[in-house]
Design a protein around this ligand. Structure first.
Ligand code: ATP
Ligand code: MG
Length: 351
């Protein structure tokens, strides 16, 4: 039918630990938020992650990757073994599944909003208005695996991890950051360390200057990564859009999550803005094996990831409804502990 042909096809990867618990609530909220939309969502679940590796020895088979490519978007929970689980080689899931997904699907924009919602305590004494987004480059930098080690295990060992930055890769993420700044408070901050990392740093700086000419209304600021961490604690209100490389972005987004109320609220999108492959939306937190299976996880980060996904899919109304329902729920949160599904139910019922 016409309605079927309009449906969005969504891949769901619940993963390990609390992944399936928070994803169940995210799907509940997705259903509630899109009940009135013309286009529905058809969900296909994929089993991937540490548990799947233990059962099958598979990380991300080519056939699965090919199937994932056919969807409009991917909703992801979390993957990873419990610390100390020696049955799984360290880093195999991260490198052969997560990074492989990001690189194969060309997720060059890693988007992480940082907003301090009313009612959420910040560890900062004077947080002020915190509402910025970090645009972290997702496919280059020191994460590409370009390096090696000589004389391993000897006192003369040399290990290199070469950061790769291309004009193409830097320009596309910088342009995305400028576009986001243009539609927000029109301020862009480049975070790097160009006084020391001169080759990559100058490419980033020159690119920001060049692309910035297309966005004359956007004010541009440059901060070294060390200064940026200070301002994030002393004056986070100064930030609107931050653009930065893969490694600095990794670090600064954890700091951003910490000042805005923590890991239970931090959402992210791994986005291919050229739409040549599906983008993937996920909570920033990991599989949290310490609380898995106990209905203790906060599903809010996964639910806010659904809002990012709806926005990316061209459903800004539904995205705003999810965002508002979350803000309402957070504002009304008391000290009483709620289960994972109670939080999901509360947000869904606000929709
Ligand atoms: P990864 O390597 O997958 O990033 P991690 O080691 O960074 O994992 P997380 O799995 O994110 O760790 O968990 C870090 C801590 O935060 C744990 O104590 C965990 O219980 C807690 N935590 C993580 N996510 C949530 C959540 N949604 N709700 C409540 N607590 C959480
Ligand atoms: Mg982590």
């Amino acid at each position: 039918s016409a309605a079927d042909s309009q449906a969005f096809s969504l891949a769901v990867i619940p993963g390990d630990g609390i992944g399936p618990e928070v994803v169940a609530e995210a799907v509940k909220v997705l259903r509630a938020a899109t009940a009135g939309e013309a286009a529905g969502f058809e969900l296909t679940e994929y089993k991937l992650g540490a548990e799947h590796w233990l059962a099958t020895g598979e990380t991300l088979p080519e056939e699965t990757l090919a199937k994932l490519r056919t969807h409009d978007a991917i909703l992801f929970g979390a993957v990873g073994a419990a610390p100390g689980d020696t049955r799984i080689p360290s880093g195999i899931i991260e490198r052969e599944m997560l990074l492989k997904l990001r690189f194969s699907l060309d997720h060059y924009v890693n988007l992480r909003p940082a907003k301090l919602f009313p009612g959420v305590p910040s560890p900062l004494a004077n947080p002020g208005e915190i509402d910025f987004v970090v645009v972290r480059e997702g496919t280059e930098g020191p994460y590409v695996g370009n390096g090696g080690a000589l004389r391993v295990g000897t006192p003369h060992e040399i290990a290199t991890e070469v950061s790769v930055n291309t004009a193409h890769g830097v320009e596309r993420v910088v342009r995305d950051a400028f576009r986001r700044a243009q539609s927000r408070r029109r301020k862009l901050t480049l975070v790097h360390k160009h006084n020391v990392l001169v080759h990559a740093g100058h490419l980033w700086r020159r690119t920001v200057e060049a692309v910035g000419r297309e966005f004359p209304e956007v004010a541009v600021d440059y901060l070294h990564i060390d200064a940026a961490t200070i301002f994030m604690v002393t004056d986070p209100a100064r930030f609107d859009v931050i653009v930065t490389d893969n490694l600095f972005g990794d670090i600064i987004t954890d700091l951003a999550a910490a000042i805005t109320g923590g890991i239970g609220l931090a959402a992210s999108g791994n986005i291919n803005m050229d739409r040549t492959a599906p983008s993937m939306f996920e909570p920033v937190h990991g599989s949290a094996p310490d609380i898995a299976g106990q209905q203790k996880a906060d599903p809010t980060a996964a639910i806010l990831s659904v809002a990012l996904m709806l926005d990316h899919l061209g459903l800004p109304g539904a995205a705003a409804r999810v965002q508002e329902a979350v803000e309402k729920d957070i504002a009304g949160r008391g000290s009483a502990a709620r289960t994972t599904s109670e939080v999901g139910d509360a947000i869904a019922s606000l929709l």
